[in-house]
Ligand binder design. Sequence first.
Ligand code: PBG
Length: 335
Amino acid sequence: MSTTLPMPHRLMARHQPRRLRRRPSMRSLLRETQLQASDFLLPIFLVDGEGIREAISSMPGVYRHSIDSCLKLCGEAVARRIPGVLLFGVVPAQCKDAAGSASWASDGLVQRATRAIRERYPDLLVIADACFCEYTDHGHCGVLAADGDRDDPATLENLQRQALSYAEAGVDVIAPSGMVDGMVLAIREVLDAARYERVAILSYAVKYASAFYGPFRDAADSAPSFGDRRAYQMDPANRREAFRELALDLEEGADMVMVKPAMPYLDILRDLRERCDFPVLAYQVSGEYSMLRAAADAGVLELERSVLESLLAIKRAGADAIISYFAIEVVDWLD
Ligand code: PBG
């Protein structure tokens, strides 16, 4: 007995998603997420001196800049319509102490760079990372108590000094990254008391104790001399804890919140996006940068396509903006 096979067209699915994928114009018409220059913030490492553009071995393609060189880089960002920069100061060992007091000097690196950028590029947003690990001789994010644990009340006081000095220098946004409980409220209070109510706070609300910060610690010379940051940064295993961090920081007055790192935590990013109506930013951290760069340098990945895909994924997951060391290159690729 012979069976008749159905005609080939009878086997075809009625719904064919591929109909909408066949032509570039259709794909472009229906694309749900698009990257653009205004999605990005560029992190910049600052060093003292003049005419310095120093390579960072753990982050090929990223440099430490003296203020004049930083201004050139800011010019490149402005030319590409990147809305803002995130500043980190890197100071030599002799400028470090137990409290990180170089971070709140009125003529400190970030403070001077901020004034210079303000004057030259008044429309570029200046965001100052507020932390102490680049300035303390022990490399931890604040003052240490006798038992080696972080002394949070003392750290908060210094954070207020730091925030005030950044505000005086003219920053638009202060971004506390030390995971100190109460840091947002402490900063908001000192800013408001000094009538800097226009300065916004971008809280690193959900910052995991991540191995992906490795290259940054080399770039900023901020690795802890003993121990690690697990006593204040979040356990990578935890999700619900991120919601508590979010709630606390919003209650304390954060204007924007950040998830960090980005790509290994896309689920958290999506969760925060769905749970709050405040802007949610993502930080594609140094390890994410160096990983992609190294894979491309080894001929294993295509740099442009893999970087754009990683950033698209971060935006699709819910990021309103992305802090990325690739920002300048990305805008060139998008053009
Ligand atoms: C300061 C700070 C760090 C990063 C941003 N701010 C380092 C850390 O927490 O160890 C990491 C950024 C990156 O890896 O690109 N506390």
